[in-house]
Structures are given as C-alpha cells and as structure tokens.
Ligand binder design. Structure first.
Ligand SMILES: [Zn+2]
Length: 328
C-alpha cells in the first residue's frame, strides 16, 4: 500500500539524507537533490540530475512539491531544458514528480521499466481503497490527508507515470545525447528496477536504501541478485535511492548487511537477533537517533515480507495483476 501500508513502515523514519561531496571524482558532472524523511510524512527519494548535450536528465522526481521546485530551480539556473526523466521504479516517492516536470517540459521523454503496469493493475487499486477508508475514518491529519489526495490524483492520471521509452533489457542508451549504461533488475525492489552506471558512478535507486531496505514490494532473492550485479561492475561511488553517497567499500558492506538480514530471516534464529543484526551490521548507515525507528521497520519487514509463507514471500517475484512479465 503505497499510500498507507508502504507508509506504515516508511513513516517510522525521520531525519533527512545528507550529501557528502566526493573528493577525487572520476565521474561525470551530476547534481544530487537529496530526498528527505520528515516525521509524519511520506519520503522523497534522492534525485540525481545529469548534464547531457541536449539538456538535463532527471533520475527520479521525488514525491513532494518542494522536491520538484528544487529540480525546476536547477533547470532554470542552468538555463537548460529537462529532456529526459529516468524513473528507478514506480513508487511515488520516485515518480510522483513526473507530472509536474512534464508540465514544465512537455517534450521530456520518460525512461522506466514497464512495472508500472503491474502496479496499476495489481497494487494501486487496493491501495486506493485503503486510502479512501483511511480518509473516511478521519485518521489522517490535514497535511497527511492533502498528501494522500495528491498521491491518489497521481495514480488517477497515470500517463505521467508511464514510460515513453520502456526499458525492456539492460544496455547502453543514448539519452539526451549522452550515452548511459542502463540496467534493468527484474523482480528486485519492484518488478522492474532501473539503475544506471556512468563511468565511476552508480545511481542505484531503491536497490540501495541506506538506513533499511524498503521491502514493501520486494522479491527478496531477486534483490539479492541485483546487488550482486551492481557489485560486479566497476564503480567508485554509488548514490542510493535514499541516504548519502556511498563509496564502493561502503556499498559492499551494505550488501553484506542486506544478505545477512535475508539469511537470518530465513533461519530459525529469533526475530530480535535478525533485527539486532541489521542495526549492528548497517550501523554506519543509521544515524544514532534513528536506530529505534529502523529497528521497528526491520521487525515490520521480517513479519510482513521475509518470515512469511513462501507464496507471500514470493508474491512480488511474479508479475502483478495476472499479467505477462513487464518486459515481454
Ligand atoms: Zn524510495
């Protein structure tokens, strides 16, 4: 439930991502617009803006208006059009801003997997019903209700969420006159996750979420394979979907923590051991004052996504809505 269920875990987080400028940058020029997790609000994913010969490429568009205003301000300051949007995956904290950016730059092309079709068929309808019940019950405060209505509006007009250029396989793509190595990870954090390698830089989307992997719509074993593929490429720096820039050793450390969480959840070890394992193994990615919230999220994911009957665990390892796979 992007509106509530997804939020029920995500809202446990607070604080904001920070950005550390790398020292020796063996990567092309980019600008990071950090996402945020404000208390009681849905998150925004990180946005990365890449320069291309014909204009700007925007990797993920955030959810809230503030994020889109920052993106548009950068385009205005550069006097460059936004020529392309790449969406790492369909979650609204990465795609919600598409409509606003496309209104300002109607010619911008949208690159994404076709997994949005599964979300529209098999995820958002239920999410919508939950959200409407939640609103009707008066459980949301004024600001939350307004945010939920924006989300519902985005889903009610999904053309901005759909790719103009569906990515059906990994390969090099010319986007705005710039060649990028675009990877499709099948059945990972979602049915189709896009990540980009550009020289020494990997832009990972939610295949890497610093504080805790968001497993709400995940195929855990597919996600593990996607991390192996990232690890097999030659990069120096990685921008996660949420959180600060990572070096390669930091990413490898994060992947170890991810794999240990999956292994622990699949074992008979006590639940608390798995929670403590994550908060200990991933400690460098978890601000001290976030540890309790992160521990609560890990427990939620163990109970709802990891330590569950196999059919439920693998729910997102198959196309949603009884469809063919998104890339067929
Ligand atoms: Zn996200």
């Amino acid at each position: 439930m992007v509106v509530r269920g997804l939020a029920s875990a995500l809202l446990l987080l607070a604080g904001s991502a920070s950005f550390a400028m790398a020292v020796a940058m063996p990567v092309g020029r980019y600008t990071l617009v950090p996402g945020s997790f404000q208390p009681g609000r849905q998150p925004d994913g990180n946005t990365v803006i890449l320069d291309a010969p014909r204009g700007l490429i925007v990797f993920d568009t955030g959810r809230h208006a503030e994020q889109q205003q920052r993106i548009l301000a950068i385009a205005a300051a550069r006097k460059q059009p936004i020529v392309a949007i790449i969406n790492s995956h369909w979650h609204l904290d990465h795609t919600g801003g598409n409509a606003t950016l496309l209104k300002a730059f109607p010619d911008a092309q949208v690159y994404a997997s076709k997994a949005i079709d599964g979300a529209l068929a098999g995820f958002f309808p239920e999410s919508r019903r939950d959200a409407e019940r939640y609103l009707a019950a008066g459980k949301a405060n004024t600001e939350q209700a307004a945010e939920i209505r924006v989300d519902l509006e985005r889903v009610a007009h999904p053309q901005a969420l759909r790719p103009t250029h569906p990515i059906l396989q990994s390969g090099k793509l010319d986007i705005g006159g710039r060649t990028l190595d675009v990877h499709l990870a099948r059945f990972a954090a979602t049915e189709g996750d896009i990540w980009v390698q550009d020289g020494g830089l990997v832009i990972a989307g939610d295949l890497v979420v610093a504080m805790v992997p968001f497993l709400d719509t995940a195929c855990p074993d597919g996600w593990r394979r996607a991390l192996d593929e990232i690890a097999s490429t030659d990069f120096r720096q990685l921008i996660p979907g949420h959180g600060a820039l990572m070096t390669r050793p930091q990413f490898l450390h994060w992947r170890e923590a991810f794999n240990a969480l999956l292994d622990c959840s699949g074992s008979s070890l006590p639940r608390q051991v798995c929670i403590d394992g994550w908060t200990s193994n991933a400690a460098e990615f978890i601000p001290q004052d976030e540890r309790a919230r992160v521990a609560a999220m890990v427990g939620y994911y163990i109970d709802s996504r990891l330590r569950v009957p196999v059919a439920k665990r693998e729910l997102y390892c198959h196309p949603l809505g009884g469809r063919q796979a998104a890339w067929s």
